[in-house]
Design a protein around this ligand. Structure first.
Ligand SMILES: *Cc1c(COP(=O)(O)O)cnc(C)c1O
Length: 488
């Protein structure tokens, strides 16, 4: 059933709240500032509560169903993180407060910097970037600054594998660099020979995702890093897939010079509604001077008996600020709580379960869905959502039909190098029973694709609206249910 607009529930004179009588003399607004009409719905409180509760139930979210959106790591986020982020001493601190009055918040940020550096194998971390993509821009600006600082001015190219997330080339482009695409080999790795021929003294560096967006661990990662370093380039790691390797492999130990972490993916913050996120960057020793500031530093020599004391510092050759104030602090609190609650063994265990769950699904589906790169995966894997003997059915139809079975769709049509891609990431937080239900749904859909394809073409059947004109929805966006007449 279609939920009516709240305006359609409006009845003249209905009121949701009763305000106390005014106990001060009313003062009219100056002429010209007061609205003469205000077109708001007039509804009672219960109608409002029911309306929004019903709307909330139309959403597919991690609290209602498995959300196997590959690359995005849509895992369950323990509620204790929310409690921590809402503690008044943390949530109510003002960003302009004197650092002396927010030592606890700085201690939390300092610990998080240290832990992320340790987890990634890096010499320094900045918590400034507001998301993964902004972490990328931060990293690439630091790489550029590093070369320019050494007087090495002819480096203008960024090498990017063709399996990369779209934000990688977008970032390089925003930093004023030329993007050079590197092909993948038949096993889904970077084509090492192609890479070697492209490495020269005009290369700023390489942006690589490991495990990559096929969910595959780069088999020649050390040779890839060595080839880039040999021509004087730096290696950028896209850390969006860290959920597979935390506690197992440290990108810094592989020779990466800079990496962004997606705290809202790997380190537990609800996301998917557009933020806020957080994309801290970790760097090797040669880039620490370029980190965006301010960073939190521990002031030395307070003596054994004094509590540690923290201050804000900006590195000498810093690329400057990337974000107002101290980054998205609430997300930092959640990541801190998540890391402390899990500890090293818990974090490593989460990576292991994420990989186990993905391989379980892969093994249960590989006889009905074609795996273009058929090898043990990390935390996600990619299948082709198309069959030669069911030519009318596409990945999109499978994604829409999953809604009828109560599941959010996997990422589809990405990575671009897989035809009709469906990219599945169960994460560590799903139970065996849920994984089995998901397998059952996907196997049933594969059967339907062959026996009753129209069922898939018309899906979803259970949603209030089925297929929308997605182009019109984006290009002819109507944000008002009716023109609002506001006269001065
Ligand atoms: C999510 C993601 C990004 C971008 O991160 P945002 O936080 O969404 O800006 C970059 N690369 C990969 C592989 C990703 O999955």
């Amino acid at each position: 059933m279609l939920e009516p607009l709240i305006y359609d529930l409006s009845r003249p004179g209905r009121q949701g709240v009763t305000l106390p009588a005014c106990d001060v003399p009313p003062t009219p607004l100056p002429d010209g500032l007061a609205r003469t009409t205000l077109d708001l719905p007039e509804v009672d409180q219960l109608t409002v509560v029911r309306h929004f509760t019903r709307l909330s139930q139309l959403n597919m979210g991690i609290d209602t169903t498995m959300y196997p959106l590959g690359s995005c790591t849509m895992k369950y986020n323990p509620r204790v993180n929310e409690t921590a982020a809402r503690l008044p001493g943390l949530a109510a601190a003002h960003p302009l407060q004197d650092p002396e009055t927010v030592q606890g918040s700085l201690a939390l940020m300092f610990a998080l910097q240290e832990w992320l550096a340790d987890i990634g194998g890096f010499a320094g971390v900045s918590l400034q970037p507001a998301a993964g993509a902004q972490g990328e821009l931060t990293g690439v600006l630091m790489m550029r600054a590093y070369h320019l600082d050494r007087g090495d001015t002819k480096r203008t190219k960024m090498l990017i594998p063709n399996s990369a997330h779209g934000t990688n080339p977008a970032t390089a482009n925003m930093a004023g660099l030329e993007v050079v695409e590197i092909p993948s080999d038949p096993r889904g790795n970077v084509d090492l020979e192609a890479l070697k021929t492209l490495c020269d003294d005009t290369v700023v560096g390489l942006m690589i995702t490991n495990p990559n967006t096929l969910g595959l661990f780069e088999e020649h990662v050390e040779e890839v890093v060595a080839a880039v370093h040999a021509c004087g380039g730096l290696v950028y790691g896209d850390g969006a897939n860290m959920n597979a390797i935390v506690g197992k492999v440290r990108p810094g130990d592989l020779g990466f010079d800079v990496l962004h972490y997606n705290l809202h993916k790997t380190f537990s913050t609800p996301h998917g509604g557009g933020g806020p996120g957080s994309g801290p960057v970790g760097v090797s020793a040669r880039l620490t001077d370029f980190l965006p500031g301010p960073l939190v530093a521990r002031v030395q020599d307070q003596g054994e008996t004094q509590p540690p004391h923290f201050s804000l510092v900006t590195p000498p050759k810093s690329i400057g600020r990337m974000k107002a104030f101290w980054g998205n602090f609430g997300v930092l609190v959640r990541a801190y709580a998540y890391i402390r609650a899990n500890g090293p063994d818990g974090l490593r265990g989460n990576s292991e379960y994420a990989v186990l769950n993905a391989n379980y699904l892969r093994a249960k589906l590989e006889d009905v869905y074609k795996l273009p790169y058929d090898r043990v995966c990390k935390h996600e894997f990619v299948v082709e959502g198309v069959w030669a003997d069911a030519p009318g059915v596409h990945a999109l139809d499978i994604a829409k039909r999953l809604v009828d079975y109560g599941f959010h769709a996997p990422t589809n049509y990405f990575p671009l190098i897989v035809h009709e891609a469906l990219m599945i990431e169960p994460t560590e937080t799903e139970t065996r029973e849920t994984l089995d239900r998901f397998v059952h749904a996907l196997r049933t859909i594969a059967e339907e694709a062959h026996t009753q394809p129209q069922l898939l073409k018309d899906a979803p059947h259970t949603a209030p609206l089925s297929r929308l004109d997605e182009i019109a929805a984006a290009k002819q966006l109507v944000l008002c249910c009716r023109p609002v007449a506001l006269s001065a």
